[in-house]
Structure formats: structure tokens, C-alpha cells
Design a binder for this molecule. Structure first.
Ligand SMILES: Nc1ncnc2c1ncn2[C@@H]1O[C@H](COP(=O)(O)OP(=O)(O)OP(=O)(O)O)[C@@H](O)[C@H]1O
Length: 439
């Protein structure tokens, strides 16, 4: 896991604008072209009454020698276009572990999401183009992906994080890299080259440098044809998701799947059951399993007794069967955060003043469960042991390990159970403690 350091926000934020959009700027040709087109379009369309504030975000991965220069380049460019600028520094402790390219990408999306939340941005523009789409599809084909993978990247996708919806938008997805080069030449744009793009050790780069040019030679228009196929498959995927929702009507239970009706569907219609299983994994933001893995899961499920349990490791989480329901087991790693309650909300929370003071004085701590802890969760009820509360809330055993939140030596919150009732307040600026899965 990469840690990130926050930058100082731009010194002078512009006056509150009607609309805010952000652009992910790597400093490469694609995002430099996007920045130029977006800023020109905003300038042309804005009347003095309603302005659009453009933000530029850069993520410094710290993986290349020139990373500092790219950051500097992006900051200067944002300034030139009079856009607001912010960035994140990522730090990868163990660069040799796993696929560093994939890890960097995942961390980059998380950091961009954080920046959007911090600056109240609902639309984030990414500069992926048609060649990126063609590369993605070829990579997926090589992996033996199904419809979802071969549908490539969507032009728009809504991400929900911390209760805020962020639309990821790829406005250049129908433009080829050659089109972008022509544009950049015409307007004399400058950009930086990432040397790792030349490195054919990475599969994506090998496809970009070696395969796509050959395909274009054999079949002119191959890039746009691949993108068109992706579009058609994306439409098919919408229908498959709709089917999974219909098939799962009596199978979904909260975020889990009920074993009995799931097995009944699998016996009756295996492709439908596979489709449902894939849909469920997608909803839980997990990677698609290989056909082989899916088959071995069905074997396990067919052999299991209704009340027994089983566990699979998949995409760095465990999937468990517990009390007849298949569910994704939350990891025991994470940290406590305090989330602001929106004004006028009817929710009860802890007083922000109390929490801030306790935090400043170092009185907020998390402790591991010892065994005899008690807490009062509801009004007019006695304090209960955690064991009772966990059983009452039907909390699976693997979720009972999260540390407990203490303020000033008093137990304040238990993940999945609740907050100490005597400390809850209904008015003023309030926060709720929440156990966040991300460490
Ligand atoms: N370091 C970065 N900081 C900010 N934005 C970035 C950065 N790197 C990439 N982006 C954004 O993501 C877009 C796509 O980047 P890139 O082509 O490197 O693909 P990727 O994200 O690594 O791979 P994939 O196509 O699988 O998502 C860029 O055009 C830019 O908008």
C-alpha cells in the first residue's frame, strides 16, 4: 500500500464558482491536449455570470527519476492556463512487490478521488483515447476475458466515495493518438515523455509499440474497429447486468448471496448462475475470477452443507460462506475516521468540539478487544457485553476483530455495532466515527 502526502492547496483559491471540474494531468501528450481543449472551451463558453472553475490534479508516483520535473511541469502548465492546481505524492515502500504498474494505477485513482472529495469536484476528466481503448481490449483478449473485460473503458462512469458521486469522464475516447498529435502540433503544445512508455517489458507498452502498428498495417482502421467492438460489448454487458438483477431477486441478501437459491439456479442454468456470480463480484468491486476458479467455487459450493462454512481467497479478500450466505469478509485492517454529519440531518452523532479537543489532547485511541468490554448502544437499555451485541447484530466472526474506539478511556464506538448512546448529541456540529477499510 502506498502512503500519500498531501500538497499545500494553491495559495489563492478562486472565488466560489458555479461549476467545478478537474482534469488528471500526467504531463503526457494526451492530458496536455485535453487541458488545452478544456480550457479553451471553458473560456469560450463562460459568460461573466456563470464561470467554470478548472482544477488540475497531478499524481507523483515517485517511481521515475524525472517525477519531480513532471510535477513542476504540470504545476507550471496549470498556472499558464490559470487553472487551480493540486497534487499528491505517493510512496511505495516495496517497489518490487506485485505488479508495480497496476499498483500505481490503483493508488493513482484513489488519490485522484481523494483530491476530488477535498476540492468538492463532481466531474473528473481523464485523457484516455482510442488507442488506449484498443490496447485495453487486446490486453483483455490475451487474458481470456469475457464480455465485461472486452467492453473496455466506459466513456463515463460514476464513482461513489465518502458519499460523494464523482463522474469519471473520458472525452477523448473517440480520438486517436494520431489526431491528438496533429492537434498538439497545430497549437505548438509541449509535453513530457514518460520513458517507461518505451519499455516493452510491460505488456501494455509491447502492445502499443509492436502489435497495434502491425494490426493497422494489416487492417487500416483496426484501432477504431476495436473501439467499436468494445462499444457493442458494453451494451451487451448492460443487458447481462439486467439479467443478473432479475435472476438474483430471491438470491441477494444485503451484500451477500443466499446459498440455497443460488445452488438451485446453478443446477438449472449454469451460465445464468455464472453471470450472477460475476455481477455480484463486480458490485463488491472485486476482480473477475478465471473460468477455472469459478468452476472450482461451484464444486466447493455443491459439496458444502447448508450450515457449514467455507472460505476462498480472491483479489486480496476472503469470500466466506457463513450461516447460509456467501459474503465478502472485510479485512481487519483499517483505521477510524470521523465523518461530518450533514447539517439538518436527523442522525445523532458525537459533538465535533468534544472530538477535536480529545484528538488534540491525544485522548483518542483504538484498542484491541480484551473480552469483557461493555457499551450502551440504545436508550433506556443497560450496558451490554460486546459478545452479546455482536450476536444480536448477527455480525460474522471475522468482523469482530476490528479495534475499539476509545475517547478519554471510555469505549465510544464498536465497528458494525454502534456508538455509545450517552455521548450522542442531536444538535450542533456533529461527527460519526466510522471504521474505514483502507489503512
Ligand atoms: N501521474 C498522473 N497524474 C495525473 N493523472 C494521470 C497520471 N497518469 C495518468 N493520468 C491520467 O490517466 C490518463 C491515462 O493514463 P495512462 O495512459 O498512463 O493510462 P493508465 O491509467 O496507466 O492505464 P489504463 O489505461 O489501464 O487506465 C491520463 O491521460 C491522465 O488523464
Amino acid at each position: 500500500m502506498a502512503s500519500s502526502r498531501k500538497s499545500k492547496p494553491s495559495p489563492k483559491p478562486a472565488p466560489m464558482a458555479a461549476k467545478r471540474i478537474a482534469l488528471a494531468l500526467s504531463g503526457g501528450l494526451d492530458s496536455v491536449v485535453l487541458l488545452d481543449t478544456v480550457c479553451k472551451a471553458v473560456q469560450a463558453s463562460d459568460t461573466s455570470k456563470q464561470s467554470t472553475e478548472v482544477w488540475v490534479f497531478h499524481i507523483h508516483h515517485g517511481l521515475q527519476k524525472s517525477a519531480d520535473q513532471w510535477l513542476e511541469f504540470c504545476e507550471k502548465l496549470a498556472k499558464k492556463y490559470r487553472a487551480q492546481f493540486d497534487f499528491r505524492l505517493l510512496h511505495f515502500a516495496d517497489k518490487a512487490q506485485g505488479n508495480i504498474e497496476a499498483r500505481a494505477r490503483a493508488e493513482r485513482y484513489d488519490a485522484l478521488t481523494e483530491l476530488c472529495i477535498e476540492h468538492d469536484i463532481e466531474i473528473l476528466l481523464l485523457a484516455h483515447h482510442q488507442n488506449d481503448q484498443a490496447e485495453t481490449i487486446l490486453l483483455q483478449l490475451l487474458r481470456g476475458s469475457g464480455v465485461a473485460g472486452l467492453a473496455g473503458m466506459p466513456q463515463q462512469r460514476i464513482n461513489t466515495a465518502d458519499g460523494q458521486s464523482i463522474t469519471l469522464w473520458r472525452p477523448l475516447l473517440n480520438q486517436s493518438r494520431a489526431d491528438l498529435e496533429v492537434y498538439a502540433k497545430k497549437y505548438k503544445l509541449k509535453w513530457v515523455e514518460d520513458p517507461s512508455n518505451q519499455n516493452t517489458r510491460y505488456r501494455r507498452n509491447a502492445i502499443r509499440k509492436e502489435i497495434i502498428p502491425r494490426l493497422e498495417k494489416i487492417q487500416p482502421g483496426a484501432i477504431s474497429n476495436l473501439a467499436r467492438s468494445a462499444d457493442l460489448l458494453a451494451q451487451s454487458q448492460v443487458l447481462l447486468d439486467r439479467l443478473a438483477k432479475l435472476d438474483g431477486k430471491d438470491i441477494f441478501q444485503g451484500a451477500g448471496l443466499k446459498l440455497k437459491p443460488l445452488l438451485a439456479l446453478a443446477k438449472l442454468d449454469k451460465p445464468a448462475a455464472n453471470n450472477l456470480m460475476r455481477y455480484w463480484l463486480k458490485v463488491n468491486k472485486l476482480a473477475m475470477p478465471s473460468q477455472e476458479r469459478l468452476e472450482s467455487w461451484w464444486k466447493d459450493l455443491m459439496a458444502v452443507k447448508q450450515d457449514s462454512s467455507l472460505e476462498w481467497q480472491h483479489d486480496e479478500v476472503s469470500i466466506r460462506l457463513w450461516r447460509g450466505v456467501l459474503q465478502v469478509a472485510n479485512s481487519a485492517f483499517g483505521h477510524w475516521i470521523f465523518k461530518a454529519i450533514p447539517p439538518r440531518s436527523k442522525l445523532l452523532g458525537l459533538s465535533l468540539a468534544l472530538v477535536s479537543e480529545a484528538e488534540q489532547r491525544g485522548l483518542v485511541e483504538h484498542r484491541q478487544r480484551q473480552g469483557a468490554e461493555k457499551i450502551q448502544i440504545k436508550p433506556k437499555t443497560p450496558r451490554k457485553t460486546l459478545k452479546n451485541l455482536f450476536q444480536e447484530s448477527d455480525m460474522p466472526p471475522w468482523e469482530r476483530q476490528a479495534p475499539l474506539l476509545y475517547i478519554n478511556d471510555e469505549l465510544i464506538a464498536v465497528a458494525g455495532v454502534g456508538v455509545s448512546y450517552p455521548h450522542l448529541v442531536s444538535t450542533g456540529r456533529r461527527v460519526l466515527p466510522e471504521w474505514s477499510e483502507k489503512p
